[in-house]
Design a protein. Structure first.
Length: 153
């Protein structure tokens, strides 16, 4: 599933975001929030960890998928959870430089610590308030694409 944001860009190119989440309401909410940002983006969706790894590796049904500039990763999903996905990304020499932001409802200290031990780049607990959620996503994308210098793809 690919969703394109209508946001205007502060840079010359559109960023590619892989959203890994199994909750359709959260997917739509994230898309709407990213549309409100100043960074133009394409949001690609994987509904579980198996799909996420297929997308990242360009395997069917995601053959030819663009390499994401950022992964927004939920932890609790069917088939393969976000913890396993994070671990696989960060041990893969071709994928480990992609920033991974854990975006989840869990505020459990064990999940936070484990995510950072597995080299998550950030950990954000999804705010319940819609406006706070939008602001968190906008700030996150602006940080990763207007402030941080990332390695070349």
């Amino acid at each position: 599933m690919k969703l394109t944001s209508a946001a205007t860009s502060t840079s010359a190119s559109v960023i590619e975001i892989l959203l890994v989440d199994d909750d359709l309401a959260d997917i739509k909410l994230t898309q709407r929030a990213l549309e409100g940002g100043r960074i133009a983006n394409n949001v690609h969706v994987a509904r579980d960890g198996v799909e996420a790894m297929q997308f990242l590796r360009g395997e069917p049904p995601f053959k030819g998928a663009p390499r994401p500039d950022l992964v927004l990763l939920d932890l609790n999903m069917p088939r393969k959870d976000g913890r396993e996905v994070l671990q696989e990304i960060k041990v893969d020499a071709d994928l480990r430089t992609i920033p991974v932001v854990v975006l989840t409802t869990s505020d459990d200290d064990t999940d936070v610590q484990r995510s950072y031990l597995e080299h998550a780049n950030s950990y954000i607990t999804k705010p319940v308030d819609l406006q706070q959620f939008k602001e968190a996503l906008i700030r996150t994308t602006e940080y990763w694409f207007a402030v941080v210098k990332l390695p070349p793809k």
